[in-house]
Design a protein around this ligand. Structure first.
Ligand code: UFG
Length: 324
């Protein structure tokens, strides 16, 4: 494998993916509209600023470079926003992604790695959640991802376009060498919000509900290190190019931590006092989301390097405190 187009490569997970591909000696081109990505997040690769729905631009890129595969990280990801603005989510996450796929087909590029999500399962019927778990997304964000997964099945059957869909649980942490990290605006994810509170950039962290059916009443999530996610992408691409088969995997560590446990772990890592405020439940939050990722371990040989929560938080904290 020589060259990969990373769409959304200037974003949180995309910028870690660029590092991972470069480490493997693969040439990387990034396409990003920089609406939420950051130019500074990537180095030593060609950055093309543009829209993933721009077919003329994509055609030009596909002619200019000989890509073996495309990885797609340029989705909108906020569940709440997707409920308020479904048109925007379906346009970006489905319609524009379709034009990316069709332009790929036009140019004979038939390998696609797709960022999917635990949100395709909706409210879990059992945990840990394996890939066979029924798909019943409960918001436009999850539905947009599930629609794309189904479209990808049809594109494989009809056009031989191979895809691997990786269903992330809770992506967290930052590059171990501090080269990139999480920078969402607005930030809605638990770990960066807790660390911003520890750093004095926020007054307090709200705990969204303490009355869930979990040991301490707060929600359980499966936090997985962003660099481990990226390792899985590279393994998945290599595997798919060898087997010529499409696949779907869950990516998580198989262990749930409660919101309260994450706050305590962050207090230990940072040595700071973190002001906690109890708040109402956030709409659409399942009590527990825990992955059964054994398929990725078995088929891809995926072994997370940074599986413990303390390391994930340490790396995120180092990123949060960069330059201070
Ligand atoms: N939480 C708080 N306070 C906050 C922010 C979050 O208590 O200020 C809680 C949430 O209620 C949840 C947990 O912390 O219980 C984790 O919340 P995040 O927002 O960090 O992550 P989610 O589990 O909501 O989201 C993840 C992915 C989404 C995906 C979703 C599936 O980031 O892309 O899982 O439901 F859609």
């Amino acid at each position: 494998m020589k060259s990969v187009l990373v769409v959304g490569g200037a974003g949180y997970i995309g910028s870690h993916m660029v590092l991972c591909l470069q480490q493997a000696g693969i040439h990387v081109v990034v396409l990003d509209d920089l609406s939420s990505g950051h130019k500074e997040a990537i180095e030593n690769c060609d950055l093309v600023q543009g829209d993933l729905g721009d077919r003329a631009l994509l055609s030009q890129l596909f002619k200019q470079y000989q890509f073996d595969a495309v990885m797609h990280f340029a989705a909108f990801i906020q569940v709440g926003e997707s409920v308020q603005k479904p048109a925007m989510y379906y346009d970006n996450n489905v319609v524009k992604t379709l034009s990316l796929l069709d332009t790929m087909r036009d140019h004979g590029i038939l390998n696609f790695i797709f960022s999917s999500t635990a949100a395709v399962y909706g409210e879990p019927q059992y945990t840990p959640i394996d890939v066979e778990h029924p798909k019943a997304p409960v918001n436009p964000y999850g539905r947009s991802k599930w629609m794309l997964e189904q479209i990808l099945d049809d594109y494989d059957a009809a056009y031989g376009l191979k895809s691997t869909c990786l269903r992330y649980f809770n992506a967290a942490g930052a590059d171990a060498k501090g080269r990139t990290g999480e920078c969402h605006d607005p930030e809605t994810h638990l770990i960066p919000l807790i660390l911003q509170t520890a750093a004095g950039k926020r007054e307090s962290i709200s705990v969204f509900g303490r009355d869930y059916d979990t040991p301490d009443g707060t929600c359980l999530r499966d936090y997985v290190h962003v660099s481990d996610l990226c390792d899985a992408h590279l393994l998945a691409l290599t595997h798919m190019m060898k087997t010529r088969k499409s696949a779907r995997y869950n990516l998580g560590n198989g262990q749930g931590f409660s919101v309260q446990q994450v706050i305590e772990a962050a207090a230990n890592v940072t040595g700071r006092k973190i002001k906690v405020v109890d708040a109402e439940r956030r709409e659409g939050d399942p009590a527990r989301l825990i992955a059964d990722a054994t398929l990725a371990e078995k088929e891809l040989g995926w072994q997370p390097k940074f599986a413990d929560l303390k390391t994930i938080i340490e790396h995120a904290w180092r990123w949060e405190m960069r330059g201070e």
